[in-house]
Structure formats: structure tokens, C-alpha cells
Design a binder for this molecule. Structure first.
Ligand SMILES: [Zn+2]
Length: 588
């Protein structure tokens, strides 16, 4: 790749709004001059992730990840540095020259090829749905379900032709190798020429960045499962994805809630009805990773799964997953055993809006469920119901929330809250697995006075001019302080003296963390000039003492003239040192 010029990078970084960039992926709330949210890099339920727009950095006090907006995209979206700069450029309207594609390793290349393949195919399927006579049935089905043109196009819905030889022929002509196609997840594993999706309405599954990563397909005629889901591939992991998440992100953030439905048609029906914060869990149980994905943007999840037994069981299993992620789960009561798609089809969008107003909280849902499943008027039934509630009690992090949960459920089961709590404590004691320890952090950088000075100057770059006029690199003993000094000098020459840039030039990761932590915590923000003055005085004093030491060593050598010269210099040094001491004593 042609290296992106430093001036372009600077222009991109200057125009980048780090709060907006990170805010797309993390729900940020203002806290004074900073913003905070749940760290997307480690599991947590109370925010230790900060964005400091003034300094152009983010930092997590929990796991130590931090840096500028480009670094965030590199970590979060697994982009290379040039890719991150290009993405920021696109957001901020700075044109970043497109160089030759980077020579990447095989795995990256395979992923890129897969993205390209799925993108191309989703466009072709969408074109077929719009234009082919054979897709008539699929178009009718959508219209009947209340899904109009705009939504059909927005979701890039498509049609996979009935001819089983079409896909292999179509892709073969595009020059893809048979081995690559065999691993693409588009063909049967037993019959490499046989496409997974044929004569089906096709739902492209997008990742959170809106890139097509897989397909789901609904049968239109003939035999076979009604819905088919694409298999796992290097670019598609079911557990990490929620259908329609890319379309729903903004609405989820804005409403602080997400609706979780069961299938493609349900999620699309919500969107067709103008309820844009809906996603679907892609036919698997709601996973921890899906919960985390949502929790970054919203605090409430409303489960709107089918009213049948399977759907209700799925909700019961999903609730502790949501609670563990710090989500407040609600359950929508869908009337008459209908799913959201049926409600839209039969009663219209108004009715779907109405239904979503009827939600109950997790405790009420579980009590209802327990009363349906067990005869709580008997002792045996009560015991079973208590067992049923245990996983939910365990999922709460806060004792207060857990207590109130037991209080409510105990009342509903006509048992005493204290006996329910005692049961819970006993169960927990007998369980062998402990809670996972918080993530390890590298040992913190031990700070010498020199390093403290350099960190303070790195946070407040404007002081560097003064520092470099009084202090030379060779005067600094601490290896780490020297590394910061070098980064400062480089940034000074490039005229990019902000902490985000300085951090990028520091190689040692623990040192980067120390700097980011200092910047994000604001520890040098009070009277930085005094800190710098003190630091400089200290450094000067040490320099003087060193010279004095050398003079004292040499005093015995040489003749009278040399001794006299050394003594004069010593006197001078003594005076300087005394002056430094006075200056410091005068301070309050
Ligand atoms: Zn973190």
C-alpha cells in the first residue's frame, strides 16, 4: 500500500469527532468533560470506559485499552492502521488516497474474498427478486406479509433461483476456485456443486458494519426445511451476530432498548411497521455475545418471541443471559399465540405498535411461567418452582436486585422470602465454580520522578518547548522517561503535540497505558505548570549533583590550576543548587 501521507492522517484526525466514532458502537453518557460507557473490550456492568474528547482519546480503567479514534477502530473492528484512517476519512470527509491493497496474510485474504463474494451474491439475489419472473411467488409473499418496496430494498432481500446448477456456473465464471467455493458456506458439504439456497426467498445477514456475511432462506415451494440458515464461516459466527442489528443500531441507541424477535420475517415486520429497534436472534439461543453487543447501546431488551411453547422456553433461557450482561429484560405479550409477522399481516402496523406497549418484566414473566409449569399449591410443585427460579437469582449482580427478585417470587409462590433466599445460598455454596476473576492487567509502570515529569508533559504538550530547552535526552536516566521524551520530540517536530498522537508513537504497551491512564484520569490537570517546574528543577538538580560528584572525584588530581578551576565550578554548582532549593521552599 502506498503509505498514507502524514499530513492526510493529521487532517483526518483533526476532523474526527472521537465521541461520534465511538458512540456508534458504545452507548456513551456525558460525565463532565468526558463521556463514559461500558467497555466493549472486556465484560463489565459498571462503566470504566472513558472518552475524553478534549484530548482525543479513549481509555478503559478496567482493561487498559486506550488510544485515539483510529486505535479504537483497529481494536474494535479489527482494522489495520491504514484501513482505520481511511474509515475515519470517509466519516469526516477527508479524501484518503487509495493505495495498492496491502499484502496481507492468507487468512485476511480469505476473509476479504468472502466479504466480496457475499456482497456480490447478495446484489445478484436482490436483482433477481426485483426482475425475474420466477421470483414472483417471493414478491407476493412479501407483499402479503405487509413488506413493501422500501423495506425489501433496505434489507436487500433476494431470490435464489430454482436451477440447482445456476450458482456453481455463475460463480465459476467469476473465477473463484473450487476450493474457495467449497469453504464459502454456499454449497452443500456433501455435494460441492449443490447450492444451499435454491428457489428460496433470501435474507442477507449483515455484520454490525453492514457487510453481508451469510444468508438465510425461506422455502417457497417443494420439500425441505421452511427456513435455512447459512453455516459458520471465517466471516460468520452465529453467536456474534443479530439479524438486522446494522439497521437497528441507531434506533436501539436512541430508544435505549432493543426488541429481540425470533426470525427474519419478524424482525423485518417490525421495521416495516416503523419499529426500527428490532433484531432477530438467528434461530439460536440468545448468547452472551449477542447480549453484550446490545448492552453497549441500550439498557433494556424486549423479548418478542413466539407465544408457543418453544418461544416461551427460549425467553426463559434468554432472561438470565440478559440479566448477566446488565440488561433489564422485558417480555412482550403477543396475543393469541401470534408472532409479530402474523400480527402485521392480519392486523396492520398499528396493532403491532399497540402490542409492544404490553410488556412485563422478567420476574412477572417467570412467575407466570412457573405457575403454568408447576402446581405451586403442592409442596413438590413449590420446590420445583424454587429450583426454576435459581438461575435468575444467580444472574443478578447486585444483592439488592436479587433480594427484591426473591421477595416478589416468594410472594407469588406463597413461600417465605427468607426460605427462598436460604435455598439460594445453600445451592450457591454447593456449586463448585467460582466467579471469574477480573481480567489481568500488566503490572503498572513504576514511576520515577523523571517519568512523572515526562507523562505530565505528554498530557500537556505545550510545556515541551520549555522542557527541551532545559533538558537533554542524555540527562534523563530513566529508560521509560527517555522513550516518552523521544516520542515528544518527534511530535514536536511534526507539530502534532496532542496526547493521542504522542501515545501512538510509544512502542511499549504498558507505557502507553500509563500515559493514557494519566490523561484520562486528569491527574496532571491541576496546576500542570507547577508539576513541570518542579520536575525540571529536580532534573536540573540531579544534573548539577552529578557534575558536582565528578568534580569531587577529580579534586585530588592535577595541579593547582586545575584544582582551582574545579573549586570555582564547584562553588558555582553549590550556588545553583542552593538557588533551586530556595525557589522550591518559597512555594506554598
Ligand atoms: Zn475495558
Amino acid at each position: 500500500m502506498g503509505k498514507i501521507p502524514e499530513s492526510t492522517i493529521q487532517a483526518v484526525m483533526e476532523r474526527t469527532d472521537i465521541v461520534a466514532v465511538i458512540g456508534e458502537h458504545v452507548r456513551l453518557t456525558r460525565a463532565g468533560k468526558e463521556y463514559k460507557g461500558l467497555c466493549p473490550f472486556h465484560g463489565e456492568r459498571t462503566p470504566s470506559f472513558f472518552v475524553v474528547p478534549e484530548k482525543g482519546i479513549f481509555y478503559c480503567f478496567g482493561c487498559g485499552k486506550g488510544g485515539n479514534a483510529a486505535r479504537f477502530l483497529m481494536e474494535f473492528e479489527k482494522l489495520s492502521y491504514p484501513e482505520a484512517i481511511r474509515e475515519l476519512g470517509a466519516k469526516s470527509g477527508v479524501v484518503v488516497e487509495q493505495g495498492q491493497p496491502e499484502i496481507s496474510d492468507g487468512a485476511d485474504r480469505e476473509r476479504n474474498d468472502l466479504f466480496e463474494l457475499y456482497d456480490r451474491l447478495s446484489q445478484t439475489f436482490a436483482w433477481m427478486l426485483e426482475t425475474q419472473a420466477a421470483a414472483g411467488q417471493a414478491r407476493e409473499l412479501l407483499l402479503k406479509r405487509g413488506i413493501g418496496d422500501a423495506v425489501r430494498k433496505d434489507f436487500r432481500l433476494g431470490y435464489a433461483p430454482a436451477d440447482h446448477s445456476w450458482l456453481a456456473g455463475f460463480l465459476g465464471k467469476k473465477g473463484y476456485s473450487p476450493e474457495f467455493l467449497a469453504s464459502s458456506g454456499l454449497f452443500s458439504s456433501r455435494h460441492p456443486d449443490w447450492p444451499l439456497f435454491a428457489d428460496r426467498l433470501v435474507f442477507p445477514i449483515m455484520d454490525s458494519r453492514g457487510r453481508c456475511v451469510s444468508f438465510g432462506g425461506r422455502l417457497l415451494s417443494g420439500d425441505g426445511p421452511k427456513y435455512l440458515n447459512g453455516p459458520e464461516t471465517p466471516i460468520y459466527h452465529k453467536q456474534d451476530n443479530l439479524f438486522a442489528f446494522d439497521r437497528a443500531k441507531d434506533a436501539i441507541r436512541a430508544s435505549n432498548s432493543a426488541i429481540i424477535s425470533e426470525g427474519y420475517m419478524d424482525a423485518i415486520s417490525f421495521h416495516a411497521a416503523g419499529i426500527k429497534n428490532a433484531v432477530a436472534s438467528l434461530g439460536t439461543a440468545f448468547t452472551d455475545r449477542q447480549a453484550k453487543l446490545l448492552r453497549r447501546l441500550a439498557e433494556v431488551a424486549i423479548f418478542a418471541l413466539d407465544a408457543d411453547e418453544a418461544g416461551q422456553n427460549a425467553i426463559a433461557r434468554a432472561l438470565p443471559v440478559a440479566i448477566r450482561a446488565g440488561i433489564d429484560p422485558q417480555v412482550a405479550l403477543l396475543p393469541g399465540g401470534k408472532d409479530p409477522s402474523e400480527i402485521l399481516e392480519n392486523e396492520g402496523s398499528e396493532a403491532l405498535h399497540k402490542v409492544m406497549e404490553f410488556t412485563i418484566n422478567a420476574g412477572d414473566f417467570l412467575i407466570r411461567r412457573a405457575r403454568l409449569l408447576f402446581d405451586v399449591s403442592t409442596l413438590e410443585g413449590k420446590a420445583k418452582a424454587v429450583d426454576f427460579f435459581m438461575p435468575y437469582g444467580e444472574a443478578f449482580e447486585s444483592e439488592i436486585k436479587r433480594d427484591s427478585f426473591f421477595e416478589i417470587t416468594a410472594r407469588a409462590l406463597l413461600v417465605s422470602p427468607s426460605s427462598l433466599r436460604a435455598d439460594f445460598v445453600n445451592k450457591r455454596r454447593s456449586a463448585t465454580s467460582g466467579t471469574p476473576l477480573p481480567q489481568n492487567r500488566d503490572e503498572q509502570v513504576r514511576r520515577s520522578r523523571e517519568l512523572t515529569l515526562m507523562l505530565a508533559v505528554a498530557v500537556h504538550g505545550s510545556f515541551f518547548q520549555k522542557v527541551r530547552s532545559q533538558l537533554k535526552l542524555e540527562d534523563i536516566e530513566d529508560r521509560r522517561a527517555r522513550e516518552v521524551f523521544i516520542a515528544l520530540e518527534e511530535c514536536f517536530r511534526a507539530e502534532t503535540m496532542d496526547v493521542a498522537n504522542i501515545t501512538e508513537r510509544i512502542g511499549a504497551s504498558d507505557l502507553r497505558i500509563a500515559l493514557l491512564e494519566a490523561a484520562a484520569s486528569g491527574e496532571f490537570d491541576e496546576h500542570p505548570e507547577r508539576l513541570v517546574e518542579d520536575g525540571l528543577a529536580n532534573a536540573r538538580k540531579r544534573g548539577l549533583e552529578k557534575r558536582l560528584g565528578r568534580i569531587l572525584e577529580r579534586l585530588g588530581e592535577g595541579g593547582v590550576a586545575e584544582i582551582q578551576e574545579l573549586l570555582t565550578e564547584k562553588m558555582h554548582l553549590d550556588e545553583e543548587l542552593a538557588k533551586l532549593k530556595d525557589e522550591r521552599d518559597e512555594r506554598p
